[in-house]
Design a protein around this ligand. Structure first.
Ligand code: ATP
Length: 306
């Protein structure tokens, strides 16, 4: 019996160790606040996209319980309209776009698309309804045509070309020796930030989602590229419900409403004109940005004359 009890004790010891280990892992996840895997409710229906109305109703959210990021945010993007979110770095602008995609669940409030709570529909259908032009587009190590077609894999060559035209990147592609067959990415051609963004716009044109999120680039593009991108973005957002996450202020002027986030709350809201007239936070941000842009321009001109 003694002979048996030793290995049994040992098994007990191992069992306790493993149990403890699992508990520690659970606690570690709690501490780190690693997002619990977001999953579909059993039997969740697909989102039935209508005209693409977005609503945030008193949304409260924190990644980690000790630091609330959104403290009660309500706004609406009516079908086909454009709303821009601006605010200081870290204010929670990108968080709003992640919540619309339901990468995280909110603690309080409700986020709906065409009246359907994003928590109640399948994630696949939710993500299919939203197109995103991100700050930094990941390109595959494949042809430029492949990279554009990624927006809708069954698109014809003609569709791909049309999308590239609308995204104002067909001129650039035309100059490449292999045209649409040119390899891009790691082993091929490196595209600039502006070119990558136009590939992303072409993808989104192919996907043709009712809702669009534009995550405006943080880094400064030169004025000419910025104008080209702006006109491509204007085209793709026409008639689509669009949420602009503006890290800079260049894309917000034409928005139907601008929402100024500060410390998790909406500090100001209105059109560009109204907010400038109000002379508050937005007006101050605008002045600062204009000064910075002017300084950049002066620097660039000085370099050019050198
Ligand atoms: P920026 O203009 O600098 O990109 P932002 O307004 O888009 O800023 P968010 O990315 O929404 O800011 O981040 C809001 C806050 O939430 C920041 O303080 C950030 O550190 C924090 N945060 C972002 N992602 C996470 C995460 N996954 N876990 C914990 N905290 C996060």
């Amino acid at each position: 019996l003694m002979q048996l009890s030793v290995p049994l004790n040992f098994i007990g010891f191992i069992y306790r160790e493993i149990r403890q280990g699992l508990t520690d892992i659970e606690q570690m996840f709690d501490l780190l606040d690693v997002p619990q895997e977001i999953s579909d409710r059993p039997g969740a229906p697909d989102l039935v996209p209508g005209q693409g109305a977005i609503r945030f109703e008193d949304v409260r959210f924190s990644y980690d319980a000790s630091r609330p990021i959104l403290k009660g945010i309500s706004f609406e993007v009516p079908p086909g309209k454009t709303v821009a979110i601006v605010g200081p770095s870290g204010a929670g602008k990108s968080t709003i776009s992640r919540l619309l995609f339901r990468f995280y669940d909110i603690q309080e409030g409700r986020i709906t698309i065409d009246g359907q709570d994003v928590r109640h529909v399948t994630q696949k259908s939710l993500r299919a309804a939203i197109g995103m032009v991100p700050q930094d587009t990941v390109l595959f190590n494949d042809t430029i045509a492949y990279n554009i077609r990624y927006g809708r894999v069954d698109a014809t060559d003609e569709d791909v070309r049309k999308a590239a035209d609308l995204a104002q990147i067909s001129g650039f592609i035309g100059q490449l020796p292999d045209g649409y067959k040119a390899m891009v990415g790691e082993r091929g051609l490196k595209l600039s930030g502006g070119e990558k963004q136009r590939v992303a716009i072409a993808r989104t044109i192919l996907k043709a989602p009712p809702i669009l999120i534009l995550d405006e680039a943080t880094s400064a593009l030169d004025t000419h590229t910025e104008q080209e991108i702006q006109s491509a973005l204007d085209l793709v957002s026409q008639g689509r419900t669009t949420l602009v996450i503006a890290h800079r202020l260049s894309t917000v002027i034409g928005a139907d409403e601008i929402i100024v986030l500060k410390e998790g709350l909406i500090a100001e809201r209105g059109t560009h004109r109204a907010l400038l007239d109000a002379g508050g936070l937005y007006a101050a941000m605008w002045d600062r940005q204009r000064e910075a842009t002017e300084a950049e321009e002066r620097l660039r001109r000085a370099r050019e004359t050198d």
